[in-house]
Design a protein around this ligand. Structure first.
Ligand code: KG4
Ligand code: ZN
Length: 327
């Protein structure tokens, strides 16, 4: 299987044999978009076009295969930026047509959601899944492969978006998430008291835009900026809400398993607090390794492999779906 991922600003290709990963290559456009402080769709699509062929070649070389030895071609069909999705989907379909092999369309969110189970001996397990990325904050009951029930989601900003916006307010480079994580290290998470929005709302939805606003108001009042303590306190507020809601969902779930994915799940404080809370409740925790948390094609290939095992191939008429939902 050759899987492609071009839904946002990373151009990625992966090669798998069954559910075994042979190669995973990512060409990041972060440096290009950092100049603008965010992803510029037109720029992203032009760079996918430039980067895709070399990334595919690199992945095939790493796997020690030629394109003619590939049995199926997969790509992310959505959700994402329309003009970015088109590049990967068109390439995968073109290869499928040329080599007379099947095409498999994959939902990017399903890729993230199942990534903690990639390489696990028991494969996908019933679990409460938390997807926390730059575009999504989603709690899902995973009943089995392809059986997902949405439990809650953000009503405004995604968790990663909050990290990036606060990073920008603090003058950190784009994307802010990893920088906030680094600056917070060894600093006081209780130096500033930021709101834990909706923590006691009684449902499993999230809201992060108020938190970002309260950081902005505080910065207007401060004469100096203890940046490490600001990062640590903001991060703690986000982590408290993410962990609190995930534990609420897990306690109501019959699975006893928690699976956390998406770019924000690289966050070291989030990983630490999830571990502590799951241990205290006897819940089994699955976290993807950091390289599989941010956008990549390996997670797309994993879902595609599970689909092909069930004969779930896509038609070549299958289009991109920029607003594709998970459940
Ligand atoms: O999953 P991803 O690569 O792309 C989307 O599908 O959105 O997630 C990117 C997001 C960005 O908002 C980035 O700031 C955030 O993940 N992120 C982090 C960390 N690493 C990446 N946020 C907090 N701490 C991190 N260590
Ligand atoms: Zn993503």
């Amino acid at each position: 299987m050759l899987a492609l991922e071009t839904s946002c600003d990373e151009t990625a290709a992966a090669v798998l044999r069954g559910t075994e990963l042979l190669a995973s290559e990512v060409a990041s456009q972060v440096a290009i978009h950092a100049e603008y402080g965010g992803v510029v769709p037109e720029v992203a699509s032009r760079n996918h076009l430039r980067a895709l062929q070399p990334v595919i070649t690199r992945a095939l070389e790493r796997a020690g295969l030629t394109v003619k030895e590939i049995d199926a071609f997969a790509a992310t069909t959505g959700p994402g930026l329309a003009t970015s999705l088109m590049i990967g989907v068109s390439a995968a379909k073109g290869l499928a047509v040329a080599l007379k092999k099947p095409f498999v369309g994959v939902n990017h969110l399903e890729g993230h959601l199942l990534s903690p189970f990639f390489g696990q001996p028991k494969g996908v397990r019933p679990a409460v899944g938390l997807v926390v990325s730059g575009g999504h904050t989603l709690l899902v009951e995973i009943e089995g492969f392809g059986k997902y029930r949405k439990l809650g989601q953000t009503l405004d900003d995604a968790a990663g978006e909050a990290f990036d916006k606060v990073g920008k307010l603090l003058g950190l480079p784009y994307p802010g998430g990893p920088h906030v994580d680094r600056m917070a290290e060894g600093c006081d998470p209780y130096a500033f008291d930021f709101p834990r929005s909706m923590l006691d709302s009684g449902d499993l939805n999230f809201s992060f835009s108020g938190l970002k606003t309260s950081v902005r108001y505080l910065l207007e009042k401060l004469t100096e900026r203890p940046i490490g303590n600001l990062c640590a306190s903001f991060q703690e507020a986000v982590v408290d809400v993410l962990v609190g809601k995930t534990m609420d969902a897990a306690e109501a779930s019959p699975s006893g398993v928690v699976a956390v994915s998406g770019g924000v799940s690289c966050n070291r404080r989030l990983r630490e607090k999830l571990r502590e809370n799951c241990d205290a409740r006897g819940l089994e925790l699955f976290l993807a390794e950091p390289a599989l948390c941010t956008d990549n094609a390996a997670m797309i290939g994993f879902v595609a492999a599970l689909k092909t095992q069930r004969n779930q191939f896509s038609e070549l008429t299958e289009d991109i779906h920029p607003n594709l939902a998970l459940a």
